[in-house]
Design a protein around this ligand. Structure first.
Ligand code: ZN
Length: 255
């Protein structure tokens, strides 16, 4: 078992600080959008670290980074651990990165202490987790889970007109081979992701750590409400069809 004192905290801190300047903004925060050179740079660095530790590292067809570490019985399903390395615009230094570096730190501890787990281990870095650039989230994990084949999002474009197809290809994705990136549930015993809390619940409840039992699954809708133009002075509200008032009721009903 890996215990807290086995973790090389200095190396972990150094990993974190060495990634921090990539995509760093002058006023604080980082921007490492999905399929951007900044995300690619982080993938590459983490890939080198894992290779240096002795893991077998590969990139799948969409661009997920997968590092394999042998266990006692490699026919058993893997215990996987990881997160993502892209960010929202002006994102935080720990979002995603903490989860990936925790997995790297665990592999380092296992190597340094000569431990051998029963199951093989995998560190997985999912590519393009955030939706900010293409308004489509969790691309890498959706492809790996076989929930998606990319058909309905490859032609989406970012604010500069660059298509997802173009950005992913530039990032080395093999879009005609996405099927090969699919993994079967039986290949995994468990997946663990350490993630910072981005809200205030832990802080306000004065707890240091929480275990996630469910996660928000945002759905974004674009709603058009059509009202009717009337004379605003002479038409009482009851006779009007005011689109903004209706939108306000809708918002409050959802809240
Ligand atoms: Zn995250």
């Amino acid at each position: 078992m890996i215990t807290n004192h086995m973790i090389d905290k200095q190396a972990l801190a150094q990993d974190l600080y060495s990634l921090a300047p990539v995509g760093a903004l002058p006023k604080g925060g980082v921007t490492r959008l999905a399929f951007s050179p900044e995300e690619a740079e982080l993938h590459q660095r983490v890939s080198h670290w894992l290779t240096d530790l002795g893991a077998k590292v590969k990139k799948d067809a969409i661009g997920n980074l997968i590092a394999r570490w042998p266990g006692q019985d490699n026919s058993l399903p893997a215990v996987a651990c990881g997160s993502h390395l892209d960010s929202v615009p002006q994102g935080g230094n720990y979002d995603g990165v903490a989860g990936v570096l925790a997995a790297v730190a665990a592999i380092r501890a296992i190597r340094d202490h000569g431990l051998l787990t029963r199951h093989p281990l995998e560190v997985i870095v999912f590519v393009s987790e955030e939706s900010s650039r293409f308004k489509m989230a969790t691309l890498g994990s959706s492809i790996m889970a076989g929930l998606d084949n990319g058909d309905h999002w490859l032609d989406l474009t970012d604010s500069k007109g660059v298509s997802l197809r173009e950005a992913a290809t530039k990032n080395g994705a093999q879009l005609t081979k996405l099927d090969f990136a699919r993994r079967r549930p039986q290949e995994f015993k468990a997946f663990l992701e350490l993630h910072i809390e981005q809200g205030r619940v832990l802080e306000e409840s004065e707890n240091k750590i929480g275990v996630v039992t469910a996660i928000a699954a945002p759905t974004r809708w674009q709603v058009t409400l059509e009202g009717r133009a009337d004379h605003s002075g002479a038409t009482p509200m009851a006779l009007r069809r005011d689109a903004l008032a209706a939108a306000a009721e809708l918002v409050l009903a959802v809240e």
